[in-house]
Each structure stands twice: as C-alpha cells, then as structure tokens.
Ligand binder design. Structure first.
Ligand code: SF4
Ligand code: SF4
Length: 79
C-alpha cells in the first residue's frame, strides 16, 4: 500500500518535472555580458538581472524567441 502511494507521488513529481522542463524553453548561457538588451524585447518581463548573468523566469516566459535575436552575443538559446 505504502509503495503504491509513493510510486504515485513519484509519478506526479516526474510529470511536474517534465512540465517545468517543457516550459523552460529558453536559457541564457555564461556568454551573457549583462548588456540588458534582451530585457527590453521581452513582452512578459521574464528576463531579470541575475548574478553573474541575466536569467529567464520559465514561469513568465511565453516562448516568443524575441530575446534570441536581440542578444548581440548569441547567449540565449533553446534549452
Ligand atoms: S522567449 Fe520571449 S517571453 Fe521568453 S524570455 Fe525571451 S523574449 Fe521573453
Ligand atoms: S542581450 Fe544577451 S548579453 Fe545582453 S543581457 Fe541579454 S542575454 Fe545577456
């Protein structure tokens, strides 16, 4: 009984992980020079200043790819 319950919980966790991976479509690499250009192109305010680079919030990102073309050093790509 306990094993079945745990298996169910793990299944839900795996499902959530896959959903989070799916939503995290774009990431910023270490090549980021923190110029801030991508922030201005993002329609959903998903890009924030981090340390040592800018980061994309997967919860806010709508996968529009505007930031990919805007980055002068090609630091943004699909995960
Ligand atoms: S893909 Fe679009 S929504 Fe996502 S971070 Fe880039 S500009 Fe923002
Ligand atoms: S445009 Fe590129 S280099 Fe500039 S802050 Fe965004 S990810 Fe970093």
């Amino acid at each position: 009984m306990e094993r079945k319950r745990l298996a169910g919980v793990r299944g839900v966790e795996n499902y959530r992980t896959r959903q989070e991976e799916y939503k995290m479509a774009y990431v910023i690499s270490d090549e980021c020079t923190m110029c801030g250009t991508c922030v201005e192109t993002c329609p959903s305010e998903a890009i924030k200043e981090g340390d040592p680079k800018y980061v994309i919030d997967p919860e806010l990102c709508v996968d529009c790819a505007s930031c990919v073309d805007a980055c002068p050093v090609d630091a943004i790509s699909e995960e």
